[in-house]
Design a protein around this ligand. Structure first.
Ligand SMILES: *Cc1c(COP(=O)(O)O)cnc(C)c1O
Length: 379
């Protein structure tokens, strides 16, 4: 049996005709930059997230970059974030000349540990940049109260978390001052190339992001700010407008698949005997757990690399997110970190493994995955 890590054809086949007509409409219009498709998508995403406005941008990376630009992050500033994330989160801080200040992660959620943030705040701290990793919101109540106390901005990296909800019911993107989404094809809502979105409840930040998106231009050819070309293509927005109505169903399917894995792992006694740690949707004081949208279903195992190789031989696709924590990356050597600085991130990088979880994954395929894991540990 073959079980890829991700197969997008299940998402696209049923809506293929609608996508093709949407693309044709844009081609026939000869209008390719921003326009009605982008405005329509912005309105839908803003309503969906429960925020005041949304601004379509060129990628998740540019969503982060333009958000940090909008709050004025620059040389001399510090931005607090996690070392256990995709490079883009931290790259954007450094590209603006600011200093990334890392805080270790919580070992259960893999998100920034809110208890360890306050000790890293200095007079230079400008913002906190939590990541809602794998589709589960970071502990936002705690992060926001720390931010409020010290008068800091909160920019959410919600690239992996569209539709995720914090346990109080608020959606990812609607927790901080600015929320950043990615429509990279592997995300829960993906386009046919690169795309992203910034969401916010602050009209003045909305205005700044909109102006920065078009080279700081307002009116045309008059520039008070230096921006960039951070625009979302009409074609990508048209594809996303067809896909967006399916998002809730796809997220639901991911959650169903997660439940099925949990049942299978328990049935085969793998969680106790082999000490496999399954992903956990957490809650703090509230009774309702976070609404986890499982962009990735990430387990923890002791002999991760051997298991991964074994599963590959058995036709099962897996991935490691992320094998090298960012404080060990060569490009961040100048920050002067050493082994042991962020132990939870370092351990997670060694023993976590993402299993296939995509909508359309079949129960037989999940049974096969869990059976192969069991066989690996039995041998
Ligand atoms: C995908 C991703 C990004 C970057 O998004 P792009 O659209 O690929 O630029 C940023 N942060 C995280 C956590 C991501 O997973």
């Amino acid at each position: 049996m073959n079980v890829p890590l991700l197969d997008l054809s299940y998402q696209h086949q049923p809506i293929q005709q609608d996508i093709a007509s949407a693309i044709s409409r844009v081609v026939d219009s000869n209008a390719f930059i921003l326009g009605a498709e982008v405005s329509k998508l912005e309105k839908q995403i803003a309503d969906y997230c429960g925020v005041g406005s949304a601004i379509g941008v060129s990628s998740g990376t540019d969503a982060l970059l333009v958000s940090l630009m909008a709050i004025g992050v620059g040389p001399g500033d510090e931005v607090i974030t996690t070392p256990y994330t995709f490079i883009a989160t931290v790259g954007c801080i450094a590209r603006l000349g600011a200093k990334p200040v890392f805080v270790d992660i919580d070992p259960v959620t893999y998100n920034i540990d809110p208890e360890k943030i306050e000790e890293k705040i200095t007079s230079k701290t400008k913002a906190i940049l939590p990541v809602h990793l794998y589709g589960q919101c970071a502990d936002s109540a705690s992060i926001l109260s720390t931010a409020k106390k010290h008068n800091l901005y909160v920019v959410e990296d919600a690239a992996q978390a569209i539709g995720a909800q914090y346990h109080d019911g608020r959606k990812a993107g609607n927790l901080g001052d600015l929320g950043c989404f990615s429509f990279f094809p592997t995300k829960n809502l993906g386009c046919f190339g690169d795309g992203g979105m910034v969401v916010t409840n602050h009209p003045e930040l909305d205005e700044r992001v909109r102006v920065l998106r078009v080279h700081g231009s307002k009116p045309k050819y008059y520039h008070k700010l230096i921006g960039g070309n951070f625009r979302l293509d009409s074609l990508q927005a048209a594809v996303l407008n067809v896909k967006f109505p399916c998002l809730e169903d796809w997220n639901h399917q991911r959650r169903e698949n997660a439940l099925r894995y949990e049942a299978l792992f328990k049935e085969k006694c793998l969680t106790q005997a082999q000490k496999i740690q399954l992903p956990q949707a957490v809650y703090s004081s509230s009774k309702v757990p976070n609404y986890h949208t499982y962009n990735q279903f990430v387990i923890r195992v002791s002999n991760r690399d051997a298991l991964r190789e074994y599963l590959r031989e058995k036709g099962i696709g897996t991935e490691v997110y992320y094998p090298i924590p960012l404080h060990f990356q060569q490009c961040f050597h100048y920050l002067g970190h050493k082994e042991g600085d962020f132990p939870e991130a370092e351990i997670a990088a060694k023993n976590t493994l993402a299993l296939p979880i995509f909508p359309g994954l079949k129960p037989e395929q999940q049974e096969y995955v869990v059976q192969q894991i069991k066989t690996f540990f039995a041998g």
